[in-house]
Ligand binder design. Structure first.
Ligand SMILES: [Zn+2]
Length: 88
């Protein structure tokens, strides 16, 4: 997060906004967790495990539906799910 979500001041890595004094630790923690989930989802997808990727992205969507999370969710959602295949 580059700017304070309340007043848009530059944060420069600070957890407290220098302008409005907002305490942003929780917001920054959610952002970090969301990035970790997104990274793990991309990693699982690179290993061909779309089902695990989908589970991680569902968690990320519940945390914070960023444009990156939504885009990857749509991509993974468009992929065939082997568990949906009819038994032979
Ligand atoms: Zn602020």
């Amino acid at each position: 997060m580059e700017r304070c979500p309340l007043c848009r001041a530059m944060l420069n890595g600070a957890e407290t906004c220098r302008r409005c004094k907002a305490e942003l630790q929780t917001v920054l923690r959610v952002e970090r967790e969301n990035q970790a989930l997104l990274g793990a989802a991309m990693h699982r997808l690179s290993l061909g495990d779309a089902a695990a990727s989908r589970r991680l992205l569902r968690l990320a969507l519940g945390l914070h539906a960023t444009p990156e999370v939504r885009a990857l969710w749509q991509l993974v959602g468009a992929m065939p799910d082997p568990s949906d295949a009819a038994p032979q």
